[in-house]
Design a protein around this ligand. Sequence first.
Ligand SMILES: CC(C)(COP(=O)(O)OP(=O)(O)OC[C@H]1O[C@@H](n2cnc3c(N)ncnc32)[C@H](O)[C@@H]1OP(=O)(O)O)[C@@H](O)C(=O)NCCC(=O)NCCS
Length: 150
Amino acid sequence: MSNAFTVHLVTWCDGEPLLRAIREKVFIQEQQVPVELEWDGLDAGCEHVLALAASGNAIGCGRITPDGHIGRIAVLPEWRRQQVGSSILELLVDYARGRHYPKVELNAQVQAMPLYEKAGFHAEGEVFLDANIPHRKMLLLLKDRSPSSQ
Ligand SMILES: CC(C)(COP(=O)(O)OP(=O)(O)OC[C@H]1O[C@@H](n2cnc3c(N)ncnc32)[C@H](O)[C@@H]1OP(=O)(O)O)[C@@H](O)C(=O)NCCC(=O)NCCS
């Protein structure tokens, strides 16, 4: 199997069926996240990232809210530990930088924290439960690289 993949920014309007299929498999079926928590009504207002295999199959996703909260990063099990999650995260952070967001935040599942630490995020506060899964708030400050800020 080729492990080539690409990552793309998509709107909910354009990507909904593929984004839904990944989140159903990973969050609802694998991690037993309750349906009503997964579909929280924020998706239409978010920017999304979709990862596609060379075959065209959707293999991963993520989203960012208009106020800079990254979330719903998921990669299908057979594609994990091949940098798909990091590539999704990188594109979401690039999107936030492009929009001059001062920071991005997320609630990381504790088991996934190394993914975010590698991208420069740092943890804040105590561990808490969301959908019965331990989480910790993480934050990345973004420097504005526009000429006017130098
Ligand atoms: C977490 C998840 C998105 C990571 O995706 P991925 O494509 O496997 O991540 P990457 O291959 O880009 O990993 C990059 C680095 O993050 C760290 N990392 C990723 N998954 C990890 C895990 N399960 N445990 C510990 N470290 C992990 C590693 O340092 C890894 O680098 P390495 O493989 O060179 O050691 C994926 O495992 C997943 O979908 N899990 C289920 C859903 C979930 O937990 N989502 C996160 C919600 S906060």
